[in-house]
Design a protein. Sequence first.
Lengths: 371, 355
Amino acid sequence: MALKTETMVLNMGPQHPSTHGVLRLELEIEGELILSVKPHIGYLHRCFEKHAEAMTYPQVIPYTDRLDYLAAMGNNFGYVIAVEKLLGIQIPERVEYIRIIMAELQRIASHLVAIATNGADIGALTPFLYLFRDREYILSLFEMTCGARMLYNYMWIGGLSHDIHPDFVRKTKEFIIHFRPTIIELNNLLTFNKIFIERTANIGILPIDTAINFGASGPVLRGSGLPFDVRREDPYSIYNRFDFEIPTGKGLVGTVGDCWDRYYVRVLEMEQSLRIIEQAIDNIPEGDVHSAIPKRIKPPKGTVYARVENPRGELGYFIISDGNLNPFRVKVRAPSFVNLEVMGELCKGHLVADVIAILGSLDIVLGEIDR
Amino acid sequence: MYQFLYDLIGNEILAGLLVAVVPLTIILVFALFGIWLERKVSAHMQDRLGPMRTGWHGWLQTVADLMKMLQKEDIIATDADKTLYNIAPVLVFSGSFAAYAVIPFSSKLLGSEVEIGIFYVLAISSLVVAGILMAGWSANNKYSLLGAMRAVAQIISYEIPTALIVLSMVMLMGTLSLDKISQMQTSSFWNWNIFGGAVFGLSKFLLIPFMFIAALILFISTLAEVNRVPFDIPEAESELVAGYFTEYCGMKWGMFMLAEYGNMFAVSAIIVILFFGGYQSPIGYFGNSIGVQWLVPFEQGFWFIAKGLTLVFVQMWLRWTLPRLRVDQLMTVCWKYLIPYAFLNLIIIGIISLL
């Protein structure tokens, strides 16, 4: 006679060390085996989109900082591009260059957190601290520029809040020199560590067609092997002037689209970001970063959609203007929100420990998911 | 040591109690020191300083933490099985504490002269498993339960390679007494078991590679038995919050902590005794050369603790370098690699010792 058995439901989060914020995962498990994963979101909902309707256009910018709080520069970037498109204004060259340098520095900082937390979830705590140490360099560069370390409110419609510090160029070059060896160190310590590969290779394989069907973007999509990058496909700002590669998952140690591929795409992207910064840093033209900022921002009636490549994927802003001082509607296409949806597909048939590795490799930020 | 104290005091019970207090003092002092060392080792590996404010380089930090733990409110979940919940930390702690009874710190500092010392250590440290299972079950928390399941599966599995290696050493040395095993490896490091022991001729050289393998297997499997990274899956803080002691707080949690650090040194001590000459000095005794005999036991104590701490340091070093394995990979390492190699090693060492 067979014993009557029941599956166990395990609530992982919202208070859990590695759900990256306040995500709640409802795991149905049998022993250690995952039968189904249901993400529950909304613990960090702040009504951003509704708030935006009551604000004037420039007042929305500080709120965008708080969407993906690990990549606030990118959020600013997307929003100001959308509004500038609506206004139809020309931006000074200097502003474009500084914006791109900031966005790429932010991408490195954000990927550092993603890589560090992915490693820490798997138990490697030392790389975590090494990478946060290097992230500090970038944060102090930002602090030097605009006084804030995390939520910058730096990119304004038509310009920037502050010009760069006279030391900025020198310090950024110092950072690049300092940072390249760190990537090698990271690869030695974590990326090609046997145990790390055992834990991430062939785990959470996301086939390319599933990734496309779910609308995944960013490293999650590129990890599956599709070289899709908004910076290349739909160049915004002045990205078409720079030479950079789009790394994709190759299945170097496992299958294409596994956790290790998503992880490694981020490592390679940091290198590409450094290349873009190197190309931009010496060519910043002279000029005034405030010259193109309109006194009164009142866009004409119409709709606009602008998208940028944020560290987590394609960040889109859809804005409807009814010709007033505040937007009629702001809709954000948050990459983390879309990427999180593949979670249920990826976790089936894996063990509890793998859920952590998979979640870490998706690199979600709850501020963006819940908005 | 009991005999010495008995002669000194002349009271059986008092002498027995004093003998029991010695390992307790050692384990407490070591746990305090070990936690401080772990903090400093991890800090310096991670480009930090670690605790610096409390005392010289923060050496009072663990004492302060202990004070805090003692003062904390003892919270027990409403649905917990209170009896088991309260017994579990005591059981886990006494398991690791009792192992110290037979560990010879020097030829004079030996809690109890048991003829079957190594067997006793293996047996008594299995108490820990019962304690862990109790803790995980009684807390009525799913994370605790998962952690306890993992811990029990892991510790029981890894006892097999440990036992096989210990068996091969016992076969070679012909005794189960830890003190006698230590005594046999006397006079120079060339006589340590890792270098084939105090025998001469061909068999010594044949033994050396297999001794290295045996020491390595024993180190790996004891690492798993004390739940250290990369085998810390029962506690896996990023997956199971804190594993089987998720629900514990205050001094009961402190008991698990003390037991963990106590175990770390205990298993290091076993490896030191079996392979690295126990309390024997690698370079001869200073006390002997200047003719002060009473200095020798102190020197032995120093060497034993120094060797033990070196291995503890290696455990910490690994912890702050490596990621964590998954539960099935952990079992694979044990059943597919360690046990067959340990068994093969046992047979080969047996054949060589017959030569």
